[in-house]
Design a protein around this ligand. Sequence first.
Ligand SMILES: CC(=O)SCCNC(=O)CCNC(=O)[C@H](O)C(C)(C)COP(=O)(O)OP(=O)(O)OC[C@H]1O[C@@H](n2cnc3c(N)ncnc32)[C@H](O)[C@@H]1OP(=O)(O)O
Ligand SMILES: O=C([O-])CC(=O)C(=O)O
Length: 377
Amino acid sequence: MSDDLKKGLEGVLVAESALSDIDGDAGRLIYRGYTIEDLAREASYEEVLYLLWHGELPAADDLETFAEEMAGYRAVDDGVLDTVEELAAAEENPMAALRTATSMLSAYDDAGNEPGDREADLTRGMRITAKMPTIVAAYKRLRDGEAPVEPREDLSHAANFLYMLNGEEPDDTLAEVFDMALVLHADHGINASTFAAMVTASTMSDIYSSVTSAIGTLKGGLHGGANQNVMRMLKEVDDSEKSAVEWVDDALENGRRVPGFGHRVYNVKDPRAKILGEKSRDLGEAAGDYKWFSMSQAIEQYMAENKDLAPNVDFYSASTYYQMGIPIDLFTPIFAMSRSGGWIAHVLEYQEDNRLIRPRARYTGPSDAEFVPVDER
Ligand SMILES: CC(=O)SCCNC(=O)CCNC(=O)[C@H](O)C(C)(C)COP(=O)(O)OP(=O)(O)OC[C@H]1O[C@@H](n2cnc3c(N)ncnc32)[C@H](O)[C@@H]1OP(=O)(O)O
Ligand SMILES: O=C([O-])CC(=O)C(=O)O
């Protein structure tokens, strides 16, 4: 492979960005200069959205106005809910259902869908981010044979999602853990799904198309889909006769990858995995059952000692969400609900100085094939 071919675009700079930065050797992540630890501890998801979209932390009254406006956009039109019902009845994969329903939202947006107007795109972005949780919760309830729960405007973004999912208000601890998980997943440089959103936007397509591209990209097991795979692995270990270490050892022997480990940018433990690991432990402690946390810790230690690989964000979010009673196949839609903030921020930022994204491949096919008409082949 020649030096100019960057398989997987590793290390390639494609844009300037003031949104988030990762120091992969130090295990440090910042959003607009603020450390992820400070934001996880101090800021709500709504505050982080404001920070990403408007460039600074909001003053208290700006935050109130912003959160109120977003809460007002939570309801989803019946036409979209009818489709969600059909998708749930067909047992469509929830990420695919979210992709389809989010795409459909554009038909009902009275801000239209014309690209190139930053203010209109911000409104559309708020609407998309406000409505995605309503779609995910409605899908889950319809799949379970229950009626969707209408969103409430008096609850935070995080608490309202858990309320719509379960039909009852979450306690403060669960709402706080979920809000923190949304903060942790909101942005992460030019990851694959964000890049997909930017590629779509760079053609001067619309923001709904960008977010739809991104949802489809986040779905894969090498990216956001890993959080579901982590929990399926933990359950498989639990159902087996083997210890976690034996199970992982066998998996590696068979050439399998261990979900939730490794990262294109981090060479050390992902700072978000540290925070989520503590939450997973706390939830285990509250339930008087450390099973999932202990199993995860054993795998982490084994992977560090034998593969020199550390957990990424998906590793401990899995047992955190599971212990909150969230169905496994909703883990990735929840990631999408949060990352929509980053996708929209990057699209808006890139379009300030847009250039079509169009890389090239080194051609390896024949160059002088002689065409033979079909009836002579
Ligand atoms: C939100 C997110 O998207 S975070 C990532 C979520 N994805 C996962 O957790 C899936 C598991 N992880 C992986 O597949 C990878 O680590 C990725 C896709 C995240 C990063 O991949 P890349 O940067 O392309 O690294 P690459 O695939 O070249 O791996 C480097 C080496 O580490 C190994 N490796 C990387 N991750 C793992 C893993 N999870 N389990 C076992 N081995 C691994 C590879 O086999 C490779 O070894 P080799 O050089 O001997 O062939
Ligand atoms: O940055 C990446 O490559 C993957 C990602 O989205 C994340 O870790 O949050």
